[in-house]
Design a protein around this ligand. Sequence first.
Ligand code: SF4
Length: 460
Amino acid sequence: MLLRHTPKEVADRKALTINPAKTCQPIGAMYAALGVHGCLPHSHGSQGCCSYHRSALTRHYKDPIMAGTSSFTEGSSVFGGQSNLLAALTNMFTIYNPDLVAIHSTCLSETIGDDLAQIVKKATDDGKVPEGKKVIYCNTPSYVGSHITGFSNMCCGIVKGLVEHTGVAKDQVNILPGWVEPSDMKEMKRIAKDMGIKFVMFPDTDGVVDTPQTGKFEMYPAGGAKIEDIATAGDSIKTLACGSWASEDAAKLLDGNFKVPYEVLDIPVGLSATDRYVQALASAAKISIPASFITERGRLVDVISDMSQYLYGKKVAIFGDPDQLIPLTEFLLDLDMIPTHIVSGTPGKRFEKKIKELCAEKAPNVNVKNGERADMFLMHQWIKNEPVDLLIGNTYGKYIARDEDIPFVRYGFPIVDRIGHSYFPTVGYNGGIRLLEKMLGAIMDKIDRDAPETKFELVM
Ligand code: SF4
């Protein structure tokens, strides 16, 4: 019993978070920055923060994550980090030659009140940004929000710093994929490409954090959205913003600054959300949906109907990021499963209301909470009071899964004890089959393990 001190009785906590279901803002900012080709993310704070952000991403992606740090010491912590950042910019452009440096703040530099806009302007005025190179920035105070807030803030930084408006309309759609895996971004692009749609996707970590082993270290891998392509996003016909938490603010900026209308969609997880993604692409580009997508969709529907006896009525607990939990809840309902406990450490945007609306008909008693006190401790307590048949979430769920003997599917960020997420998408119709396969595998492994000899079946 790893979590033997978790009591069953749920007490109202005003100020204590135990095992949060989220992580730190700059990790999201760093991940978003890596989605621009030739970008070196930079953490304006202490070395310890930067090491943590890099290691969190490296553990999840099993790839080296490069980033700079302002390396605050006692002096910069008291007097501010301007001189450190100016020196860092000179060093980074001289030694590592990035096309772009994407700066995010940390708790420390935010508390001091360092003004990133002013420091970047000074660096530019002082000639510390070489000709043709760019510096963007965003504020990521980690005592509010979560890694998703940081991701969203850097998406806004990308729009503010890289998008231009030439006035010449381009027949293309902006796709803001939200915080998903590189495999998911690849699949979202594949769907748009197969529909014959021109698009600009950013951030795009496909080919950046899932790089092949070639025996040669590449400081800037081949993938990522190209700066010159992002620059054209101000001339696009529409923005599809996947995930309200991660992408909506950047889409609003594109609309406000460049008059590119936007539509906020769910990340295309599961059947219904993928239907809406495909339909939104078709509507934005004014084309009809190719027949090949009817086939793709049909395969997912076929798996659902073939295996429904193992899914029907099963109670599921899920935790993670709101942009993923909302379409995942909808997918579970489409599968006739019962979302039972739902927790996200990321605050805001009427998450609980949205989930309750989705579950009103089929799972009206769902427990749902987001924000600071929506933590893994609460999730464990809820499960103790109402056990579930399946737990879905990041690696931190393995403690609860082990203690309560629940089949567990790793999904979300971070996954630090399994591989696959970088390479096999869980978005789109094909991704829906992958997700379903993982869920069925976990459930059926338990059936096999627990079946008495008389009920142990070869064919399931
Ligand atoms: S101090 Fe703040 S920015 Fe640094 S690692 Fe901790 S939460 Fe993140």
